[in-house]
Design a protein around this ligand. Structure first.
Ligand code: UDP
Length: 390
């Protein structure tokens, strides 16, 4: 093993947070080594072209969105954008529903036309008044009542988290907007777009723009620590792993992805369902809240990427318990797991030469723009601590 190399910053994880912090530090003149144990850049946001020629998100859909012009401007130096109005559907009781809940959903529920005023009056009568929802169940029933909650949220959340919505922070189901007009967009942020040539191309551009950054794939953090002496370590992996799970494993949810590709001829027979040629389903994502279906959603990302190709690929997502052989996709947002995390967080506060950034190292259910912002802020902090190198 090589032991004689040195770098200023050793960065563990080549996902959003690791790449962004590396780019900022390299721009300040610092030498960075970035490692990832996987064989590709981009962490879970990595995308690739599959055997059918379709650009897919193999680790689940990554819909970039942000309300921060500063973050959009930052990333725009490395990519052009393909603007998308992300729309999804829910499938339950044998039919597709407009989702997130909006006036169209209400009409589907009633089986007739309705107005915003009628929906609003109905909600006033149906919702359960709770001034400060304490958990995800209260969050949804306080907005739409029990029936719509049971139809769209209860079963999905039980499958996704293996916990009842009552056992999860209000912010989990609170991520999903509820609207009384016909705005059926999945997300509400002002900027909604995918990197025009994909995430992986954007990550390559970040790296190519940063000559002071050396990338080593297929290297895990224990090996990296032994190989490169460093001034400061930046860790973006799972926090409990950093500390050898000394307080036990933190709870995570994992996923199994099952891709399936279809030729143009096969898709032809689906056209009555998808509504357009070349697609398998009517939206980029269809959620399956019913407990009778083992997966939570089917993603056909071609709807969002705008790729012009006759074939298409769908990916079914099956939630699963996390084991040390799985990727830890989601920290579990509730009081119990936060308490477990806080024992590790206390240890991090004693570190003066290690930074912890990203979803896994800070145990937060963060979106990509938030992670980008966190990495920029950490780089600024490190630059004010260590200065710049000319
Ligand atoms: N959710 C739900 N039904 C849906 C969609 C979402 O109950 O049809 C709940 C579920 O608990 C999920 C959370 O809302 O984990 C957040 O959903 P989002 O689509 O933002 O999840 P992500 O894309 O981050 O997995």
């Amino acid at each position: 093993m090589q032991t004689d190399s040195s770098t200023d910053f050793l960065i563990i994880g080549a996902g959003f947070s690791g790449l962004v912090v590396a780019q900022r530090l390299a721009a300040a003149g610092w030498k960075c080594v970035i490692v990832d144990r996987r064989d590709h850049l981009g962490g879970n946001a990595y995308d690739r072209v599959d055997a059918a020629g379709v650009l897919i998100h193999p680790y689940g859909p990554h819909y970039f969105r942000s309300n921060s012009q500063r973050i959009v401007d930052y990333l725009s130096a490395f990519t052009e954008w393909h603007h998308v109005s992300y729309t999804i559907k829910s499938h339950t009781r044998g039919r597709y529903w407009s989702f997130p809940i909006n006036l169209n959903t209400f009409e589907e529920y009633l089986g007739r036309e309705a107005s915003t005023a009628e929906f609003s009056t109905w909600l006033e009568k149906t919702r359960i008044p709770i001034s400060e929802p304490k958990n995800s169940e209260e969050m949804i029933i306080s907005q739409v009542g029990r029936d719509l909650y049971e139809l769209f949220f209860e079963g999905y959340t039980l499958k996704q988290w293996k916990r009842h919505p009552r056992e999860l922070d209000a912010s989990v189901c609170g991520r999903i907007p509820i609207r009384i007009n016909r705005d059926d967009r999945y997300l509400s942020e002002t900027f909604q777009a995918l990197p025009k040539h994909g995430y992986s191309a954007m990550f390559e551009n970040i790296l190519n723009a940063s000559p002071g950054v050396e990338l080593h794939l297929g290297v895990d953090f224990k090996e990296a620590r032994a190989r490169w002496s460093h001034r400061h370590l930046i860790f973006s992996g799972a926090i409990d792993e950093f500390y050898d799970r000394c307080f036990g494993a933190l709870p995570y949810r994992s996923l199994r992805f099952e891709p399936e590709s279809f030729s143009a001829a096969q898709l032809h027979t689906r056209q009555a369902i998808s509504g357009k040629p070349g697609f398998w389903q009517p939206a980029m994502q269809v959620n399956y809240p019913s407990p009778d279906v083992p997966f939570t959603r089917i993603v056909e990302i071609k709807h969002a990427t705008g790729q012009q190709i006759d074939s298409s690929t769908i990916v079914r997502e099956y939630p699963k318990d996390w084991t040390p052989d799985d990727e830890p996709f989601y920290p579990v947002p509730n009081a119990e797991s936060r308490e477990a995390y806080q024992r590790y967080e206390k240890l991090t506060q004693q570190e003066s030469r290690v930074s912890f950034i990203g979803r896994l190292a800070t145990y937060r259910y963060y979106n990509m723009d938030q992670v980008t912002g966190m990495a920029i802020a950490e780089a600024d902090k490190l630059i004010s601590k260590y200065g710049t190198q000319s």
